[in-house]
Structures are given as structure tokens and as C-alpha cells.
Design a protein around this ligand. Structure first.
Ligand code: IPM
Ligand code: MG
Length: 376
């Protein structure tokens, strides 16, 4: 097949990890006979430095025209002045909103070989296989905001706003996912305090009523945060609003053993999606060649599967990553000691070696291949 993938490496370790993912996708394309074209653009701080804005019209137009987008990370200390008018995150948030990517899927199934990387006891990690569906274009991130001075006091206000339509579509997506998994949806809210959460819960029940074969339970976000690390195997599909999802998915990454391992897919009504690791730009290790590229490489696998419909190719990547991990290849974040760690490029190269040698080695069903039956 022919397809165009926009690459948005962004800031910090973004360019390093996106580079490795591009090489992996290149090799897969060669192996399976596809013509994939890459179109690279700036985003975030890099774009602010070059153009004065975190996302140019050109970059946005390229994304709109693309079959899929692979992003590294945005942000860093150089652009973190709280009084700044232009911020790197505006690029990412603007892109999610402009492309209507209302759901962010973050699958977490720990690799058994990396159980020791997690601070949790190994027996807690057994059987963990969770997908968090995070609402991505509503809530506090996009609600009306105020910054002013009232009676001599500086005041700031963010608004957590949702409509039933926004809630229903993301909850319905969670149910479609659950149909092909363990048939359990946990909707997370703060309905004992927030009006928006009470609407969320009501709409989730309405959607749930159309799926009697799937168990729906509601949990308050505070206790869910606790249960996510005390009984993580009890979750199957989790669905929640934007900010809760942001926080809970960093927490869920602890189950995997490293933030650097976790991929994500941001999707909407169309086929084009935005794929990115869940980690940030990690300015402390940027430029040192030690970042873990696996989160981005697995995001590229999700891209091939969901935006390009290339299931075998996605599985080839996931299999190669699993093989590299099984073979003991470790970047610093998952290595037992500093002497055992390989570089970002070496990890990428090892994964590509396994790509050449193997076909799917590991059951990849924990990723969102069950999405194929969904509407997108
Ligand atoms: C994420 C990130 C972003 C978010 C930031 C960089 C704006 O933390 O993708 O989880 O909060 O959505
Ligand atoms: Mg986050």
C-alpha cells in the first residue's frame, strides 16, 4: 500500500525516539512491500523557536492531509515560563482538537520479563491487561478559562465541561473495546462532588444499558487511583474524562515498569490518528542517546494497525519488541544496572534485527486490534 505518515518529533527526547520508530517502520514497509512516505514537521518548543507558534498552519495542513501522524513529545524548561503566551503544549492540544481526536487509548500489559522494573510486587502484576480510554478533547483542557484580577486578587479559573454527546461517544468506544476483551468497563469519575461527573455517570449508564452483556462499574477517581496499583489485574477497559485519564495513565505506566514502554493512539471519527508514546520530552536525558524508544515504536505499531489497517505488520513490530526484551536488551530505564544498558539507537537496531528474523511471536491481542470491529 501507499501512505503518508507525518512525523512530529517535537522536543527533548522526541527526535531520538521518533527516529528509531521511523527506521522500524521503514524496515517493516520494505519487508512487506509497502510504500510509506514520511513528511516531517516541527511541533512544540522546536516550532516556537523557528516560527513563533507551537503548530504552524503548514504543519496542521500536512497532518490533515496525512494517513496518520507519529509524534514524539513536546515541552521543556526553555518554554515553561508560566507567563508565556505561547507554550509547546498548545501544539499538541491544538492538533488533538483540530483533528477531532476525541479518544486516547493507552493499553498497558506488562512484559513478564520486566516485572522487576516495577516497584509493585510481581504477584500484583500477574494478569494485568488494561486499556485506558481517555476522553481527549473536552474537560478542563478545553473548557472556558479566566485569568483576571478581582478586588486586587489575582484569579484563575478552568472549567470542566462536558456534553452528553462527548461522553456517550467515548464511553461507547470503551464498550466496543470491551466486547472483544474481558467484557468489563470501569467508568471513573468524581460523581460525589462534580456535576460533570454526575452527567458522565448517567450517560455511561445509558450506554451501558445498550450492552447488557458487558459489566459496567463506576468508581470514584480517588479510590480508582488506589485500586490501580493495589489490584491492577481487576481492570479490563477503563474510561474516564480528560484530566483524570492524564493522571491515571502515568500511574498505570508504573505497572509496565517504565513510562518509556507505553504507547498511545488518539483517534476520532476518521481513520487518521495521532500516535505517540505517553511519556514527555524528558529534558533531563535529552540528547544523551539513552531514552527508551519502545513506547514510540509500539505507537508506530498501533498506527499501522489502526490508521493503515496493516495488522500483520503491526504484529511484526510488537513481536520484535517482545523478542528484544526477551533477549535481555535494556535501555537505562529498564536495565538492572548502568552497565547493562544499551543506547536508544542500539535498542532500535536490536528490535529491527528481530523484525527481520521473526513473524509475530507474542499474542498481541492486548493492543487495540479489537478496535477493528469499531466504527473507525
Ligand atoms: C499526555 C501529556 C499531555 C497531556 C501534555 C504534554 C499536554 O501529559 O499526553 O499525557 O496532558 O495530555
Ligand atoms: Mg500526560
Amino acid at each position: 500500500m501507499k501512505a503518508t505518515i507525518v512525523l512530529l518529533p517535537g522536543d527533548g527526547i522526541g527526535p531520538e525516539v521518533v527516529d528509531e520508530a521511523r527506521r522500524v517502520v521503514d524496515d517493516v514497509a520494505r519487508l512487506f512491500g509497502h510504500q510509506l512516505r514520511f513528511d516531517e514537521h516541527l511541533i512544540g518548543g522546536a516550532s516556537i523557536d523557528a516560527h513563533g507558534t507551537a503548530l504552524t498552519d503548514d504543519a496542521l495542513a500536512a497532518c490533515r492531509a496525512a494517513d496518520a501522524i507519529l509524534l514524539g513529545a513536546v515541552g521543556g524548561p526553555a518554554w515553561s515560563d508560566p507567563t508565556a503566551r505561547v507554550r509547546p503544549e498548545q501544539g499538541l492540544l491544538g492538533l488533538r482538537k483540530a483533528l477531532g481526536l476525541w479518544a486516547n487509548l493507552r493499553p498497558v500489559r506488562p512484559f513478564p520479563e520486566l516485572a522487576a522494573c516495577s516497584p509493585l510486587r510481581p504477584e500484583l502484576l500477574a494478569g494485568v491487561d488494561v486499556v485506558v480510554v481517555r476522553e481527549l478533547t473536552g474537560g478542563l483542557y478545553f473548557g472556558p478559562r479566566i485569568r483576571d484580577v478581582v478586588d486586587g486578587r489575582r484569579r484563575a479559573c478552568d472549567t470542566l465541561e462536558y456534553t452528553d454527546v462527548e461522553i456517550a461517544r467515548v464511553v461507547a468506544l470503551a464498550f466496543r473495546l470491551a466486547e472483544h476483551r474481558r467484557r468489563r468497563v470501569t467508568s471513573i469519575d468524581k460523581a460525589n462532588v462534580l456535576e460533570s461527573s454526575r452527567l458522565w455517570r448517567q450517560v455511561a449508564d445509558e450506554v451501558g444499558a445498550r450492552h447488557p452483556e458487558i459489566a459496567l462499574d463506576h468508581q470514584l477517581v480517588d479510590s480508582a487511583a488506589m485500586r490501580l496499583i493495589t489490584a491492577p489485574a481487576s481492570f479490563d477497559v477503563v474510561v474516564t474524562e480528560n484530566m483524570f485519564g492524564d493522571i491515571l495513565t502515568d500511574e498505570a505506566a508504573v505497572l509496565a515498569g517504565s513510562l518509556g514502554l507505553c504507547p498511545s493512539a488518539s483517534i476520532g471519527d476518521g481513520r487518521c490518528g495521532l500516535y505517540e508514546p505517553i511519556h514527555g520530552s524528558a529534558p533531563d536525558i535529552a540528547g544523551r542517546g539513552i531514552a527508551n524508544p519502545i513506547g514510540t515504536i509500539l505507537s508506530a505499531a498501533l498506527l499501522l494497525r489502526h490508521s493503515l489497517g496493516l495488522e500483520r505488520e503491526a504484529q511484526a513490530i510488537e513481536g520484535a519488541v517482545a523478542q528484544a526484551i526477551a533477549a535481555g536488551v535494556r535501555t537505562a530505564d529498564i536495565a538492572p544496572g548502568p552497565g547493562d544498558a544499551v543506547s536508544t539507537t542500539r535498542m532500535g537496531a536490536e528490535i529491527r534485527n528481530h523484525l527481520h528474523r521473526t513473524r509475530p511471536a507474542r499474542d498481541a491481542s492486548h493492543y487495540i486490534d479489537n478496535q477493528r470491529s469499531g466504527a473507525w
